[in-house]
Design a protein around this ligand. Structure first.
Ligand code: SF4
Ligand code: SF4
Length: 147
């Protein structure tokens, strides 16, 4: 038996519907990672040369890789009040897979903790275990699960 044969605690699925509150794009400092392909897509969307886009909107992580810059107050550089995400169609995978990150679905406790900052969690349509697992396996995050 391997991990895939075992039912996760979310075997019956989990509910999520984004309210657009912006909590996950603002507030506490965070790291939104972006792959080279994602940087290229975002630069194309913004109509900028990739090198210019990297200079303006990303920074290198000491742990390796690239992340989006934050503005003052820790908001993502692409978040605008009343508007939302300026690059929504090409936002990085890490943003697309929220809240189904390995760190959030590691246990019911981790999920409950994520829900404290995200009012969309446990509301809206049901995502089945396979959809959730697909996100978890490629969530775009560091994959580190907090204690
Ligand atoms: S915190 Fe949750 S509900 Fe609010 S914008 Fe982020 S994903 Fe949507
Ligand atoms: S890229 Fe968009 S969705 Fe992702 S954190 Fe920034 S504003 Fe939010």
């Amino acid at each position: 038996m391997n991990d895939r044969d075992e039912d996760p605690w979310y075997a019956d699925g989990l509910r999520f519907a984004c309210t657009g509150c912006g909590n996950c794009c603002t507030g506490e400092p965070g790291i939104v990672r972006a792959s080279d392909d994602e940087v290229a897509r975002m630069a194309g969307h913004a109509g900028l040369e990739e090198a210019v886009f990297r200079d303006l909107y990303t920074h290198r992580l000491s742990s390796g890789g690239v992340a989006l810059r934050e503005r003052s107050g820790n908001a993502c550089v692409f978040w605008r009040e009343q508007v939302g995400c300026l690059i929504y169609p090409v936002r990085p995978r890490q943003c697309r897979t929220w809240p189904f990150w390995r760190a959030n679905v590691a246990s019911e406790g981790h999920w409950a903790r994520a829900a404290e900052g995200c009012p969309g969690i446990d509301h809206g349509p049901l995502f089945d275990a396979e959809e959730i697992r697909a996100c978890v396996e490629s969530d775009g995050t560091s994959g580190v699960v907090p204690e």
